[in-house]
Ligand binder design. Structure first.
Ligand code: FAD
Length: 408
């Protein structure tokens, strides 16, 4: 692997850097922002910056120019994502950009690509990834939102829950059951659904990690031309979707920025008359976080590099950085809470909160490792696809499913 970037690539990084410097307020502290809009005003602000970034092609730089991108390589896309993460931007359009758009390139018809990709790349629309259901989380094959063919349409009845909702949705990228078959995963299909179609309703479901919603389908109709890929092959298309979802260079960059803010805070903050940065416990915490960051940075670029070489090397191995991010979240949040002491309990917005209330925020989000697969599911993927270990025999899977139901 070549660790250095070319002159052209550094120029691109500088351009994106300058974009954020000119668009964000001078007193904005990305490392203390919590990385997500937490009220309507912030949402409107980020939608505005997002559209400007979209006009420059920075939201989907790796997509072709016809699709609203810049036609750049995977590595250059990684650079733009890295700079975006460093500036604390989690675009409201993230699901469309990272989750729904890439498989649309692979499985979409020409009409679907033409209709859906440019508005995503320009930051004009919000997509939800609508997979999880009350009885189908890790066990995706158990999806039961039912779609029954009726003329040129399918009629949908059922429920989804825990959809990450950065704002009101325009479209839903939805896994539905189109056939009652055994094995169950061969009866699923993916649909691109208008979020406001009659028969679809929403209910808020706030979680510790994020704002999510439940979605109810009551005789909602979707036209057959909104089927993505092949009928009853949706499970396989969904697995490809997860591969895109778990690859990232933006998160390590965000981690770097918040570490820089923490170092600055430790330099300025005094406890018992001494600077925090001179406290051995604080120094250990900062050293641990710096090591974590280097690992996340290298992992993110390793994933990106494999991705860029996939034509030569075949399918990339599963991402280790997503897994590390989940596993490291809790000890990191605990160390921060220990450092801030009782101040760590104060939420963002409290005038007494220290370090922007990030101690409390980090603790909450560290409890929410579910999005894009739980820690256990990530381990299963790494063991199977990463290390080539044999799959868990189907009879044990049944036992696991049974014990989960008993526990509920
Ligand atoms: C903040 C947040 C945002 C989310 N955003 C979205 C979204 O945008 N779109 C979407 O579709 N979903 C979303 N989800 C849902 C998320 O994908 C699911 O919560 C996740 O897949 C786990 O499913 P579950 O909650 O049904 O838990 P379950 O699958 O019931 O798992 C319960 C526990 O059992 C463990 N477990 C399950 N199966 C096994 C096994 N075979 N071996 C070992 N352990 C196992 C799990 O790791 C977990 O600890 C979100 C969830 C959260 C919390």
């Amino acid at each position: 692997m070549d660790f250095s970037f070319t002159e052209e690539q550094e120029k691109l990084r500088k351009e994106v850097h300058d974009f954020f410097v000119s668009e964000l307020p001078s007193d904005y502290r990305p490392g203390l922002s919590g990385r997500r809009a937490s009220n309507e005003k912030q949402f409107e602000f980020w939608m505005g910056v997002q559209e400007k970034a979209g006009a420059k092609g920075y939201l989907a730089p790796g997509w072709g120019k016809d699709s609203g991108g810049l036609g750049l390589s995977d590595m250059e896309q990684g650079i733009v994502m890295e700079e975006t993460g460093y500036w604390g931007a989690v675009w409201p359009a993230t699901m469309g950009l990272r989750v729904c758009g890439p498989p649309l390139h692979v499985f979409g018809t020409e009409e679907q690509k033409k209709k859906f990709l440019p508005p995503i790349a320009k930051g004009e629309v919000i997509w939800y990834e609508a997979f999880t259901e009350p009885d189908a989380g890790s066990d995706e094959a158990n999806v039961s939102l039912r779609a029954v063919a009726d003329g040129d349409t399918f009629i949908l009845n059922g429920q989804k829950h825990f959809m990450t909702a950065p704002g009101p949705a325009d479209f839903l990228y939805t896994l539905v059951r189109t056939a009652e078959v055994v094995p169950k995963h061969r009866g699923l299909s993916l649909f691109l659904i208008d979020a406001h179609a009659p028969g679809i309703s929403y209910s808020p479901l706030p979680t510790m990690g994020n704002f999510t919603v439940e979605i109810f389908f009551d005789n909602a109709r979707v036209h057959k031309d909104r089927l993505l890929g092949e009928l009853n092959r949706g499970f396989y298309h969904a697995m490809v979707t997860f591969e895109f979802e778990r690859t990232n260079t933006g998160n390590p960059a965000a981690q770097k920025r918040s570490l820089e803010e923490l170092v600055q805070f430790a330099r300025e903050e005094k406890r018992n008359g001494k600077r925090l940065i001179d406290d051995p416990q604080m120094r250990e915490l900062l050293a641990d976080r710096a090591i974590e960051w280097v690992l996340a940075y290298l992992g993110g670029w390793r994933d990106g590099w494999f991705f860029s070489q996939r034509r030569r090397l075949g399918s990339p191995p599963p991402s280790t950085s997503a897994y590390r991010g989940k596993v490291d979240a809790e000890p990191r949040a605990k160390a921060l809470a220990d450092t801030l002491g009782l101040f760590a309990q104060l939420q963002r917005g409290s005038k007494y909160a220290k370090f922007g209330g990030m101690g409390e925020r980090a603790w909450q989000t560290s409890r929410s490792t579910h999005p894009a697969g739980t820690i256990e599911v990530n381990k299963i993927v790494l063991a199977g696809r990463g290390l080539g270990l044999p799959r868990v025999p189907a009879k044990f899977n049944k036992e696991i499913a049974k014990s989960l139901q008993e526990r509920d």
